[in-house]
Design a protein around this ligand. Structure first.
Ligand SMILES: Cc1cc2nc3c(=O)[nH]c(=O)nc-3n(C[C@H](O)[C@H](O)[C@H](O)COP(=O)(O)OP(=O)(O)OC[C@H]3O[C@@H](n4cnc5c(N)ncnc54)[C@H](O)[C@@H]3O)c2cc1C
Length: 413
């Protein structure tokens, strides 16, 4: 069995599979490893903004994803502070805006991306976990020790998700205290009368509720209406972990819906609970996504709060940016930090402003006083929500929110 490659990619989620696909298509020997076997479940709200369609298309995977059955979500609604704020994705000026956001189960999406990497020429192997990184005498990363043996490569890519072992061994992880949260992702199946026809789901819904004693907020995302299936994603502070343990995931979800989100509970009346996955705590950033002989993509490089839901966008776009740098670095046989720095720089330039907006939005929804002021304005002026969605949905630069129409619209009484 071959054990020496141009690149080893640890983790076959969207970031890893996309990076392997790009590298294999450039003719590099890419080994893609995952400790799981695909299809596998991944806790996720399963909502993707319109540009994700474009990223899938440039990977050559969009047709397979569309054929697997996606449900279109042209709009988003935010239910907060007793208000109902609605915006549309197709108001943005972006080539994919009219196609709208969409939903597909991660189990299906990730399996398609994994298969796409294989078809592109990557050597993809499941059920193999990274144990530790291999370094040479000067400390440069030169491969991976796994439970199937040692593999060597010119570059190692950490795409192993929010608890990345690669990032931890690189010594670059910094937890974000504010984002130390837990989540429960549950799936329900509506009865046949309540099934929405495919492609007619009205909106991705985000409901924000305040926990008893104002101990924090809980966000409830409602989406994924394919064949009547609903994805209900609850995100809450780590302090709720005890109650989740006491009630069990299903019991906790039912209680939270009944007490904090009665309109969601009502919409699920008669629906069958299918399964729930609990995950957390999450929330970290890295001080740099590169090291001598290694690079991080996707959640391994930076975890984004699920409220703005763009983790898959960042994973796929990050893979594109990584591939641009990696192709040059591998051709020149130089995988030093200096040679990989264009990736770090491009990430900083392109993704940092967006992370900043997501951060602001996340802080805003945790401030009941601010939302009591902002929510009525967003409700009355849908064009403000459209502008917000175009930015959080990666169709406009964050500077869009500094334009006079947005600022004066937001400040007007
Ligand atoms: C509650 C929640 C809701 C979310 N909702 C949304 C949403 O609606 N829309 C959206 O776009 N994003 C959402 N996200 C974010 C999104 O899920 C992530 O950003 C995305 O999965 C990142 O992809 P990735 O490839 O970096 O990591 P992952 O998808 O996590 O893939 C990492 C892979 O690495 C493998 N792995 C891990 N460790 C090892 C190891 N030691 N050895 C070998 N393999 C390993 C894992 O098995 C896994 O397959 C949500 C996240 C959470 C937590």
């Amino acid at each position: 069995m071959r054990n020496d490659y141009d690149a080893i990619i640890i983790g076959g989620g969207p970031a890893g599979a996309a990076t392997a696909t790009h590298l294999a298509r450039h003719g590099f020997a890419a080994l893609l490893l995952d400790r799981a076997e695909f299809p596998r479940n991944k806790p996720c709200g399963e909502f993707y903004s319109p540009p994700v369609r474009g990223l899938l298309s440039s990977l050559g995977a969009y047709d397979a994803v569309a054929a697997a059955g996606i449900s279109g979500l042209p709009a988003a609604t935010l239910h907060i502070a007793g208000r109902h704020c609605a915006g549309r994705f197709d108001e943005a000026r972006h080539p994919w805006a009219k196609a709208g956001g969409f939903s597909i189960e991660r189990r299906i999406l990730d399996a398609i991306l994994w298969k796409n990497a294989v078809q592109s020429g990557a050597d993809a192997r499941s059920n193999i976990a990274l144990r530790s990184l291999l370094r040479n005498d000067s400390g440069r990363i030169v491969g991976a020790r796994t439970d199937a043996g040692d593999f060597h490569a010119r570059i190692l890519i950490g795409a192993d998700g929010g608890r990345s072992r690669v990032a931890r061994e690189m010594g670059v992880v910094r937890p974000i205290a504010r984002l130390q949260k837990i989540a429960i992702v549950s799936h329900f199946q509506c009865t046949s009368e309540e099934r929405r026809p495919e492609n007619s789901s009205p909106a991705i819904e985000m409901h924000v509720g305040v926990l008893p004693n104002r101990s924090g907020v809980m966000v409830c995302g409602v989406g994924g209406a394919r064949y009547g299936a609903r994805n209900i994603t609850l995100t809450m502070p780590e302090s709720e972990a005890r109650r989740v343990a006491a009630l069990g995931a299903e019991g906790y979800v039912q209680e939270a819906l009944a007490t904090l989100f009665p309109s969601v509970a009502e919409s699920l009346h008669g629906a069958t609970f299918l399964r729930a996955q609990t995950c957390g705590t999450f929330g970290h950033r890295t001080i740099t996504p590169i090291a001598e002989g290694a690079l991080l993509v996707g959640d391994a490089a930076n975890f984004i709060d699920p409220f703005t839901g763009e983790g898959v966008y960042f994973a796929l776009r990050g893979a594109e940016l990584a591939a641009e740098t990696l192709v040059k670095a591998l051709h020149s046989d130089n995988v030093s930090v200096r040679s990989l720095s264009p990736y770090a720089e491009q990430r900083r330039r392109e993704l940092t402003p967006k992370y900043a907006v997501c951060d602001l939005v996340e802080r805003a929804i945790h401030s009941p006083n601010f939302m009591a002021w902002a929510a009525p304005r967003l409700e009355r002026r849908p064009h403000l929500m459209d502008a917000l969605l175009s930015v959080t949905g990666d169709m406009s630069h964050p500077a869009r929110l500094l334009l006079p129409d947005f600022i004066f619209g937001a400040l007007a009484p």
